[in-house]
Design a protein around this ligand. Structure first.
Ligand code: AMP
Length: 288
């Protein structure tokens, strides 16, 4: 495993790889580090499908808003290197901020419509930062396959649309959300939960599962589904719901009646830690 901090260096190394193995595929896993089993599942998927696996570790400042947790985002480079080494990663790309952002760039990439609801609505500029950094990383790595987690459901839709609209020759692979045994979606931020908050945290997933059960039992009124999930979340004083929303799974259009596959997504603050999670709702699944 080779650790690379410079983008030209990485480009040159990947160029040599492609020259030596012309049909060798490059798989890419972009992350912000402080790796956990969710990230590992993406690395494993990349390892099985590619001859060369690149993981980036970069806490991207431009996707954090003022007052968000860029400074306090957990970081542990040595631990991340050990995890990547265990997963047989070939290259770790971990650039400094000034490597990725030379002074005063004038070009950014943004995706409209899909970024206007859910996380995008509550974190202005967030997806702008995500699509710009992912574009830059895609251009540096030029992967054949790129791996993302369903945990960030809106990000998945935004990246897929960007890849389609801008003709990136990249296959986007989506991996299922990896959870703790009690249901909490794995996240680098979970480390910042107090012991009390950690005990409460699985309710985020359980509230979404309850909504799924309502749909299985025939409920189609989105207002009622959301009310059920919201009251499950709000039984805890420590939880403040930033959003809880049910939208068309592909377009993210708002729904009042569940007549198509939908995404039920939430972001909550538990103490000061922001947690997100989502499930699919399938109106076809009713057991009436
Ligand atoms: P992050 O480091 O949080 O930016 O995440 C990097 C990638 O890992 C993104 O594609 C995430 O969607 C994915 N990811 C994060 N948490 C999980 C999880 N619990 N299960 C699956 N993928 C995840």
């Amino acid at each position: 495993m080779i650790i690379v901090r410079d983008k030209i260096d990485l480009r040159n190394r990947l160029h040599s790889f492609r020259n030596s193995r012309p049909s060798g595929r490059v798989g890419f896993v972009p992350t912000m580090g402080f790796l956990h089993d969710g990230h590992r599942s993406l690395m494993k998927a990349a390892r099985t499908e590619n001859e060369c696996v690149v993981v980036s570790l970069f806490v991207n400042p431009t996707q954090f808003g003022p007052g968000e947790d860029f400074e306090s985002y957990p970081r542990d480079e040595d631990r991340d290197f050990a995890i990547c080494s265990n997963e047989n990663v070939d290259y770790i790309f971990t650039p400094a901020v000034d490597v990725m952002y030379p002074p005063e760039p004038l070009t950014t990439v943004s995706v409209s419509v899909l970024t206007e609801s859910l996380c995008g609505r509550h974190r202005p500029g967030h997806f702008h930062g995500v699509t710009t950094i992912v574009t830059k990383l895609f251009n540096i790595v030029q992967p054949d396959n790129a791996y993302f987690g369903q945990k960030d459901a809106q990000q998945v839709l935004v990246i897929k649309k960007m890849v389609e609209d801008l003709d990136f020759p990249i296959r986007v692979v989506i991996c299922p959300t990896v959870r703790e045994p009690d249901g909490l979606a794995m996240s680098s931020r979970n480390i910042r939960l107090s012991p009390t908050a950690r005990k409460i945290a699985p309710v985020v997933y359980h509230a979404l599962k309850e909504a799924q059960d309502m749909v299985r039992n025939g409920e189609r009124d989105v207002g009622k589904i959301l009310l059920g999930a919201r009251s499950a979340l709000e039984q805890y004083d420590k939880i403040s719901v930033q959003y809880l929303d049910c939208r068309d799974r592909s377009t993210l259009k708002s729904l009042v009646y569940l007549d198509r596959p939908a995404l039920l997504a939430t972001a909550v603050f538990l103490d000061s830690v922001r947690l997100i999670d989502n499930v699919f709702l399938e109106p076809g699944e009713a057991s009436l």
